[in-house]
Structure formats: structure tokens, C-alpha cells
Ligand binder design. Structure first.
Ligand code: P5A
Length: 442
């Protein structure tokens, strides 16, 4: 892609409405544009990054055998009346009427709809367990939307739903998802810690929020800081190792605000290990048994002819919020560096282009074409600005690697810089190999 052609409305200064760094960067780098309070358009740069996050989330769901489907954004009020949540959900639910006067709503979550799909399709224990998910827009009419994509009205969520025959089986599904979440956040370059949490309007009595530490986060947390040292590398996708991993996390005190109890904290965690801080909730998982399957009459036949309500859980990841969360974790001193796995481009090509001498442009173009041929996604700054002005833009765009064609590069060796890392002088082939290896690691 040529930078001159990229639709990227960069801003020089911080917009006054943006109070936290992720919101500032997303506006300054032309990633999003507000259309009304808490509702945003995703511009090409922001959209590309969100799509990469979505794909990693998808791959980790598929790895544990979850199946993707797609439910609509608009739902009928009827099923919500059956579950009893139509009234409970209150003003956060956007209620709509169609031209026949039928009550509809823009889905804030999908427990009812997925239960309705399941009850009409599945009748026998033989079809269980099942794990279904979709990645779809949600709407919650938040009273105070703020911090850009962190708390907005319309947001992109991955929500998965598990269906099992017994509590024991259902907890295995819960643990599987727990494990998939740790892998997902790790691939996004984040350390997300599962914390015992309240279940709120979703319900149930077992729940974890996945939190990344950030001063600007809206969740207050209390934890034994040794929980950050748990290494998940050794675990594979098998029931036994997944369950033992879950147990490991349970060994350490880690809760959000509404579960906090000072006495327990002081009793269970030595003073020097106590951590009280703030974080961003990037995912939230729930086990609620038959909270929805009972009122919605979702039953399956057992082998002995008896019928049981299926046991369900639901599992959310804030895909659009994650774009902001990664920025909160990685953007410092006006310098952004995206993790390789979700960077909008593999590499930036930054030549110093001399208006009166076409050779510098031609040389850059040759490198650009060669990278494209190797399927390397490169952003070519084909403008005639000064190198220093170009660097300022790339500080915001945050591509982790740069090929700089300035004084340090000659005919066949080029300056290759890793943001916040080392700079080397390499041949084009060496650069290509490096980039291809990095891509394979993700
Ligand atoms: C779990 C999946 C649920 O809705 N039902 C289906 C359950 N959980 S949740 O915690 O309410 O939301 C899941 C994740 O979505 C993100 N999120 C938001 N992101 C941006 N703006 C919002 N207003 C917003 N509300 C929730 C969070 O990452 C949350 O963990």
C-alpha cells in the first residue's frame, strides 16, 4: 500500500475530548471516527487491526472445537420475555418496533437467542456437548459511554455458548474456554489475568473476568501478585492439563471490586504480595447452569428416556475494546508499537525522496515490489516529506519494523530498524527472511 493512497486522516494534536491514550491515538492515527456518542465508524487502519484481532480470537475458539455461526443483531422481544430479562435489562437495552408494531431490540448479548436456536434443533443427549460462537456487533445504551472504544454503545464482541448434560461436563467446557482465553490474550501480546467476578445481569454463580493491568482501567482489582508468574506454556489442549491449569489460578487470590473482602485478602495474601490496582476487562466468562434453559424450556432426552434442562455457560471477549486495550498496554511517550501478530502492516518502507532526482523513488519502488512479491504487507511512504516528518507519522501508525532509505543505506544494504529495538544494516534478502520468520512465529 502507498501511504499517499491510504485513507488515513492523521491529526497533529490530541483532540480535547480524548482523556486516555488509546482514545487519543485512535483519533490521531485516523483509526476511528465518532458518529454519535458511543458510536464509531472504523476507518481502514483501525478496521484492519480489529480484523486481525478478530481472526486470532476465531482461531483460538476453533482450536477448542467451538463452531462459528452468525446470529442477527436485531432480536425479537418475545424470547427475552420468556427468560424474564426483558424487564430486568432496563434502559441499557435499545428497544425498537417494526412497522407492524412488533417489539424488537438490538441485541446486547445472545443467551436467549442461542437457547431458542438450540431448543428447536437439538433433542437428544447424543448431540451434546456443543460449543457455539459468533462474532457480532452488540448494542448497550450505556449511560456514560467514554474512553473511545473502551466503553461504547455499539461494540464488537465474540460470544460463545456451551451446552452440556451435567454440571461436571459443563465445568469442563468452562475450563476449556478459560484456557482458550489465556492463549488468545497471549497471542495478542497481553498478560490477561483471570479474576473471580460478579455475574451481574448475565447470572450464575461461577464467573471470571480477564483483566489486563492499566491505570486507566475501569475495574478495580485485588490480587496476589504471584498470579502474574504462572506460566501457561507447558499446557496442551487436554482435559487433565486444562483442569490443573484452572486449579493453579485458583491457588492465588485475585478478585474484582464487587467480590473483594478485606479480611480474606489479608488472611490469604501476605502483605508484600498484595496488589491493589486497576485494569481493563477484556473478557468475561460465566457458568449459569439452567438459568436460561429452564424458563425457555430447552430440554434434551437422556438415554433412559428422562428429560433434562441443558447446562449452559457463556463466554465473551470484547474484540473492539481489545484494540484500545492493546494501545493502553503498548503506547508510551508518543510511540506506538503494535505486536507483530496484529500490526496493520508487516513493515514500513521509509525513503527520503528527492523531488528533483527520481532515482531515490525508483530504488524504493523496486524494494516495495520485491517485498510485495514475497507476500509481505508493506506500507510505502511515497510522499516527499522530510524523513523527520515521516518518522513522526510512523510513531503513531506503530508498525514494528522500518526499512529506512537514508544516509545509512547504500545500493544493496539497507537500514532495518525494529521500533524500541536494534537497527541493523541488511541486504533485502536478509530483511525478507527476517520478516517471514517473524510472521511464522505468530
Ligand atoms: C458473555 C458472552 C456477556 O455479555 N454474554 C455473552 C456474556 N458478558 S459481558 O461481560 O457483559 O461482555 C463481554 C465483553 O464485552 C466487552 N464489553 C464492552 N466493550 C466495549 N463497550 C462496552 N460497552 C462493553 N460492554 C462489554 C468487554 O470486554 C466484556 O468483557
Amino acid at each position: 500500500m502507498y501511504l499517499s493512497k491510504l485513507f488515513i486522516p492523521l491529526l497533529k494534536n490530541n483532540p480535547s475530548e480524548a482523556k486516555i491514550k488509546s482514545h487519543q491515538l485512535m483519533l490521531r492515527a485516523g483509526m476511528i471516527k465518532q458518529s454519535s456518542a458511543g458510536i464509531y465508524s472504523w476507518l481502514p487502519l483501525g478496521f484492519k487491526i480489529m480484523k486481525k484481532i478478530e481472526q486470532i480470537v476465531r482461531e483460538e475458539q476453533n482450536k477448542i472445537g467451538a463452531q462459528e455461526l452468525l446470529m442477527p443483531t436485531i432480536q425479537s422481544a418475545e424470547i427475552w420475555k420468556e427468560s424474564g430479562r426483558y424487564e430486568d435489562y432496563g434502559d441499557e437495552m435499545l428497544r425498537i418496533k417494526d412497522r407492524q408494531g412488533k417489539e424488537m431490540l438490538y441485541g446486547p448479548t445472545n443467551e436467549e437467542l442461542i437457547t431458542e436456536i438450540f431448543r428447536s434443533s437439538v433433542k437428544s443427549y447424543k448431540s451434546l456437548p456443543q460449543l457455539l460462537y459468533h462474532i457480532q456487533w452488540k448494542f448497550r445504551d450505556e449511560l456514560r459511554p467514554r474512553f473511545g472504544v473502551m466503553r461504547c454503545k455499539e461494540f464488537f464482541m465474540k460470544d460463545a455458548y456451551s451446552f452440556d448434560l451435567s454440571d461436571d461436563e459443563a465445568k469442563k467446557s468452562y475450563n476449556k474456554m478459560f484456557f482458550a482465553y489465556l492463549n488468545t490474550f497471549k497471542r495478542l501480546g497481553l498478560t490477561a489475568i483471570p479474576m473471580a467476578a460478579d455475574t451481574g445481569p448475565i447470572g450464575g454463580d461461577l464467573s471470571h473476568e480477564f483483566i489486563i493491568l492499566a491505570e486507566t482501567g475501569e475495574s478495580k482489582i485485588y490480587a496476589d501478585k504471584r498470579i502474574f508468574d504462572i506460566n501457561i506454556k507447558k499446557h496442551t489442549n487436554e482435559d487433565i492439563s486444562i483442569n490443573s491449569l484452572r486449579k493453579k489460578y485458583d491457588e492465588y487470590y485475585a478478585v474484582t471490586d464487587d467480590k473483594f473482602n478485606k479480611k480474606d485478602f489479608d488472611k490469604q495474601v501476605k502483605k508484600e504480595n498484595q496488589l491493589t490496582t486497576k485494569g481493563i476487562e477484556v473478557g468475561h466468562i460465566f457458568y449459569f447452569g439452567d438459568k436460561y434453559s429452564k424458563p425457555l424450556n430447552c430440554l434434551v432426552d437422556l438415554s433412559d428416556g428422562k428429560k433434562v434442562n441443558v447446562k449452559m455457560g457463556s463466554y465473551g471477549i470484547g474484540v473492539s475494546r481489545l484494540v484500545g486495550a492493546v494501545i493502553e498496554a503498548k503506547f508510551n511517550n508518543n510511540l506506538m508499537k503494535w505486536p507483530d501478530s496484529i500490526s496493520p502492516f508487516d513493515v514500513a518502507l521509509i525513503p527520503s525522496i528527492n523531488k528533483n532526482d527520481k532515482t531515490s523513488y525508483d530504488k524504493a519502488l523496486k524494494i516495495y515490489n520485491s517485498l510485495k512479491q514475497k507476500n509481505i504487507d508493506v506500507l510505502f511512504d511515497d510522499t516527499e516529506e522530510h524523513l523527520s516528518a515521516k518518522f513522526k507519522k510512523f510513531d503513531l501508525i506503530g508498525i514494528p519494523y522500518q526499512i529506512i532509505l537514508g544516509s545509512k543505506s547504500d545500493n544493496d544494504k539497507f537500514e532495518f530498524k525494529e521500533i524500541e529495538g536494534k537497527t541493523e544494516i541488511l541486504s533485502l534478502e536478509e530483511i525478507q527472511n527476517k520478516l517471514l520468520i517473524k510472521r511464522n512465529l505468530n
